[in-house]
Design a protein around this ligand. Structure first.
Ligand code: ADP
Ligand code: MG
Length: 620
């Protein structure tokens, strides 16, 4: 006799719940997405104990009639698709028809819903119908999930602390708010409002609600189209950076997705604008025909498969790079503000879910020393270059660093709603040299304040642009023979790989010739090679080729330009004559991108006159 049996529906729902309902946030996601699909303009999420005690979602969408309200909890019940054809033209967030069934199978559900004509109340427990009757006629849906995982204790065990679980839901709500600026979202935890957006339709407003007005001011809009895709959104000026890619929010046709390659492309667009290990804040909306964006990859629908990926990546890269290239400017040092008091409960949440420390009240808000601390800890100069003599009160530096380190608190608490969101346009200022400090920084002034310029970073930028052009097109007439050829020896397998790469190396200025089985020589080099560093540069570039599995001329040339620009640039502790400083600033002004060095560190920092006056309390 056969041993295979068909499962009953409650059992198969519970199994599906294993994939769809991983944690309270998954429930919030599915239910809010249903509310969005129902055309709601206001959605409220109320959590008790991070959602483990209860999750309630109240919307003002289309609602359901009684028949649908009962049917909606069956597996494979959906109003969103009806045939295979629809699967390739999905415009709604849901379509699998399994979320409500799965959620209901592992919790206790109460639902009030009305389409305006009939009102229905439904109650279920572990997926089984307990009661249903007529209910209120308020149009919309109010669904409450109590005691999630009450009948699957194993799931409960895998949950992290309440703070971590809440952190996930806050993160989710932030992304939903960013992707639907026309919907007003409210997130309330244990009676406290954590997020509220206006639903005004302006993404910049939402960015300000989430990250604070000072960040919103530094977000630049972009929009572009290719044959198949349209991209739009906001991306941060290079002076705003983050330690990880969590602040790159990707939306495909309104759906928040995680896509490693796209996030990487966004990061790549900032090459030489940001230190390698830092990341931008980006809100990227991608729109394309649904048949190009397969969302039916995973039950949670956060992964997607994209067609014409190369075209899309190019569009994203070029658009973002152009946007920041034309918007970049010298970071402005603003007078730090005393953090606003935040209810202590909320602080606990942030502290744990993002491991940030509680902000330290600034006793002497607005002192110059603080501004220096701010400068030193400025995200784009983290690990800063300020000479120790300029520092005061070493303990408070540490404290201040703590408050600013993960930057999240700073932003969350530091905005006042009335500040305008627009800021000055970028332009390299007309600078007059005042002097030099510590043989390292040039001090210059302009009509709008004073500037500190890192002389080493400035020269690196100038040289990098020079070498990038040279390496990009190597002129045969610009070759110079060496009196004594340089020789290089490698192991047998390295030598074999090098032989394959001779062409790529030559296109980057390294004219390597075979000399026996495992040796190579260089007889000549481009005239513009930094003198005295020939051997070192050739070795470094060979190293690069040997380390890189895939050798790419473009990348090698880029590496070569950066490498050469570092050699022989004026270092710190080198005193310059006034005319040398003037020359350097004039060259910098000519640079295509004067504001960051090729490693993405800032070259020039702006102290606005008004802010300096505020620091000295000349203006209040
Ligand atoms: P899916 O969203 O994939 O269709 P769900 O199980 O999430 O599947 O929901 C089943 C159906 O219930 C939906 O297709 C929709 O018709 C209805 N529904 C669920 N939530 C709401 C809501 N908040 N407002 C109106 N209808 C809803
Ligand atoms: Mg759904």
């Amino acid at each position: 006799m056969g041993v295979i049996r068909l499962m009953d529906e409650p059992l198969s729902n519970k199994i599906a719940a294993g994939e769809v309902v991983e944690r309270p946030t998954s429930v919030v996601k599915e239910l809010v997405e249903n509310a969005i699909d129902a055309g709601s303009t206001a959605i409220e999420v109320l959590l008790i104990e991070a959602g483990l005690t209860s999750i309630q979602i109240v919307d003002n969408g289309a609602g359901m009639d009684t028949e649908d309200a009962l049917l909606s909890f069956s597996r494979h019940a959906t109003s969103k698709i009806s045939n295979e054809h629809d699967l390739f033209r999905i415009r709604t967030l849901g379509f699998r028809g399994e979320a409500l069934a799965s959620i209901a199978s592992v919790s206790k559900v109460t639902l009030h819903t009305s389409n305006g004509e009939s009102g229905t109340f439904v109650q279920l427990e572990g997926g089984r119908l307990i009661e249903h009757r007529a209910g209120s006629l308020r149009k919309g849906t109010d669904i409450k999930i109590d005691q999630l995982f009450f009948n699957t204790p194993a799931r409960l065990k895998y949950l992290k602390t309440l703070q971590t679980e809440l952190g996930h839901s806050i993160d989710l709500m932030n992304r939903l708010a960013l992707s639907y600026p026309s919907i007003s979202f409210k997130l309330v935890h244990d009676g406290k409002t954590i997020l509220q957006t206006s639903g005004s339709g302006e993404i910049k407003r939402v960015i300000s609600d989430i990250y604070g007005v000072s960040i919103a001011k530094k977000m630049i809009p972009f929009e572009a189209e290719s044959h198949d895709y349209k991209v739009s959104g906001f991306t941060s000026l290079p002076e705003v950076t983050r330690a990880n890619k969590n602040y790159i929010s990707l939306f495909v046709n309104g759906r928040w997705v995680k896509h490693y390659a796209i996030a990487n492309t966004v990061h790549r667009a900032y090459h030489t604008f940001l230190p390698l290990e830092r990341q931008p804040i980006t809100i990227l909306n991608i729109e394309g025909d649904p048949y190009l964006t397969d969302v039916n990859v995973h039950p949670a629908k956060q992964q997607i498969r994209l067609s014409k990926e190369k075209e899309l990546m190019e569009l994203i890269h070029d658009t973002i790079r152009q946007t920041i290239s034309s918007a970049v400017r010298a970071p402005i040092i603003e007078k730090p503000k005393a953090p606003k008091q935040v209810p202590s409960r909320q602080l606990d949440i942030w502290k744990t879910s993002y491991t940030v420390k509680e902000p330290v009240e600034q006793q002497t808000a607005g002192s110059f020393a603080e501004s220096l601390h701010a400068l030193e800890n400025h995200p784009s100069i983290a690990g800063g270059n300020i000479h120790p003599v300029l520092k005061e009160e070493p303990q408070s530096v540490g404290q201040f660093e703590e408050t600013i380190k993960e930057e999240i608190m700073q932003e969350t608490v530091n905005f006042s709603i009335n500040e305008p969101l627009e800021d000055d346009s970028p332009q390299f200022p007309e600078l007059e040299v005042v002097g030099q400090i510590h043989g390292t920084y040039i001090v210059a002034q302009s009509t709008d304040g004073f500037y500190l310029i890192d002389q080493h970073a400035a020269q690196e930028r100038i040289k990098y642009e020079f070498f990038r052009e040279k390496v990009g097109e190597i002129d045969v007439s610009e070759r110079q023979a060496l009196l004594l050829p340089l020789t290089f020896h490698y192991s047998r397998d390295e030598a074999m790989r090098l032989k394959d790469a001779l062409g790529v190396l030559a296109e980057s200025g390294v004219f390597l010739e075979e000399f026996g089985d495992t040796s190579f020589i260089v007889r000549e080099h481009p005239t513009w090679f930094p003198a005295g560093f020939e051997q070192e540069i050739v070795e470094d570039l060979i190293e690069q080729v040997l380390n890189d599995r895939k050798i790419d001329v473009k990348k090698l040339r880029e590496d070569a330009a950066i490498m050469m620009s570092c050699k022989r640039s004026i270092k710190a502790n080198h005193y310059l004559q006034k005319h040398e400083m003037e020359r350097l600033l004039a060259d910098l002004k000519q640079a295509e991108q004067p504001f960051t060095c090729p490693h993405g560190r800032p070259v020039i920092i702006h102290f606005k006159t008004y802010d300096v006056e505020k620091m000295f309390k000349r203006v209040m």
